[in-house]
Design a binder for this molecule. Structure first.
Ligand SMILES: [Fe+2]
Ligand SMILES: [Fe+2]
Length: 413
């Protein structure tokens, strides 16, 4: 068994001029930037350093970035390898494509459910430098125990995509450890609902017509609503706030959680909240019909590519219309999640009162989640900054709903 848990060092971070980071190369260390007196994460080990990242640094007038002394070796070998390298657009695209392909082979799991000492029959890896660094090497015939301190591992913990059914089994039999305080218990319960929803969404995106999976999604939305009605604070555990990267399935679950939270916040009837929740969970299901290369393209899209991406809304409607299990009343949460009250949205440029309450809610949740998630070509905004950006788009979103939304999420740091 190999572990790669990061040691926290007391030595000061290494200051590196930002020009030493070459666009289109994969960084083999984590990069921090200074925000006041704090160092905040900016780019993760294994990600492709993009033109967009340079732009962000330029806009913020940042000349130097910082790297942990623990990663000195990785930094030095990167700097020596790339000493004379100039960015080529082709290189950048090539590396980015590789990265996207690589990401599709893994599935990100929540470490809170990886209880040390538990037997597992699938491998756990740290997504690291474009490769998988084993944390636990286990198979069905040779199970192994989850080690201590997995919670401290730096970066996303992933499993191989083909092990997803085994992880699903693990979740089904997952028991909350005895002797935990009630607060911890309800936290873990919420996280396990979230993990179940993520696996389900991943399956649904792979097989969007499955009636069985659709039924199960209504069931997990139900448990979400129960959990949040019992304890509104559970929303923070149901959201994947610390995911380092973007995964469509996580995004779908986050949008469902925030939509349900917002609907509860305005006192919507339970039966309505459930329908909205299912719609919000499936709002991007049409992305399963969009070619991956376009969906994941870095940088500026051509007019035609942009139109193809936008068609995910219509594709979603096509998939769900008349579906025997999908509640048809939930459709506006899907068809209107990119509409804006000002009429600037798509696909139908609906305006004001033409937007259904489900669409008003899912569009706010969708936009917020997109802003706060990191993508290979953009950093994540902090919750505070994302909320202030949305609030500035006066007229696009329902002001009453926005107030409740900001009150609900304003506490996230
Ligand atoms: Fe969308
Ligand atoms: Fe979305």
């Amino acid at each position: 068994m190999a572990t790669t848990l990061r040691r926290i060092s007391d030595e000061p971070h290494i200051q590196v001029p930002k020009d030493k980071l070459i666009e289109g190369t994969r960084l083999t260390f984590n990069v921090f930037i200074k925000d006041g007196s704090m160092l905040v994460p900016f780019f993760n080990n294994g990600m492709v350093f993009t033109r967009f990242a340079t732009q962000v640094l330029n806009e913020r007038k940042i000349a130097d970035v910082f790297v942990s002394p623990d990663e000195r070796e990785a930094l030095q070998s990167y700097l020596s390898q790339n000493r004379d390298k100039k960015t080529s657009e082709y290189e950048e695209l090539k590396v980015f494509k590789e990265y996207t392909h690589f990401k599709e082979q893994v599935y990100q799991v929540d470490r809170a459910l990886l209880v040390s000492g538990t037997d597992i029959n699938f491998g756990l890896y740290l997504l690291n430098r474009f490769s998988l660094v084993p944390i636990v090497e286990a198979t069905e015939s040779a199970p192994a125990k989850i080690p201590d301190k997995i919670i401290e591992a730096h970066g996303d913990i992933v499993i191989k995509k083909q092990d997803l059914p085994l992880y699903n089994e693990y979740l089904k039999h997952f028991k909350i450890p005895d002797g935990l305080p009630d607060v911890e218990k309800s936290k873990i319960k919420a996280i396990s609902i979230k993990e179940n929803s993520k696996v389900l969404m991943k399956d649904l995106l792979d097989d969007p017509r499955s009636g069985e999976k659709m039924k199960q999604s209504a069931a997990v939305v139900n448990s979400m609503v129960d959990t949040m009605l019992e304890n509104p604070e559970a929303i923070y555990n149901l959201l994947s706030l610390r995911s380092y990267d973007y995964y469509t399935y996580t995004h779908c679950v986050n949008v469902a959680v925030m939509s349900v939270g917002l609907a509860n916040g305005i006192g919507m009837k339970r039966s309505e909240v459930e329908k909205l929740g299912v719609g919000a969970m499936l709002h991007d299901v049409g992305k399963s019909a969009i070619p991956h290369d376009i969906l994941n393209k870095q940088g500026k899209l051509t007019e035609q590519e942009y139109r193809i991406i936008q068609s995910h809304v219509i594709e979603g409607e096509k998939l769900l219309k008349g579906h025997p299990v999908f509640p048809q009343e939930a459709m506006p949460a899907v068809t209107q999640h990119h509409e804006k009250l000002t009429g600037r949205g798509y696909p139908n440029r609906l305006k004001g009162s033409e937007l259904h309450i489900y669409g008003r809610i899912s569009s706010i949740a969708d936009c917020y989640d997109a802003l706060t998630t990191r993508r290979p070509y953009k950093q994540a905004f902090t919750p505070f900054y994302a909320l202030s950006l949305i609030a500035k788009e006066t007229g696009d979103y329902d002001p009453e709903l926005l107030k409740v939304f900001i009150r609900m999420l304003g506490k996230i740091k």
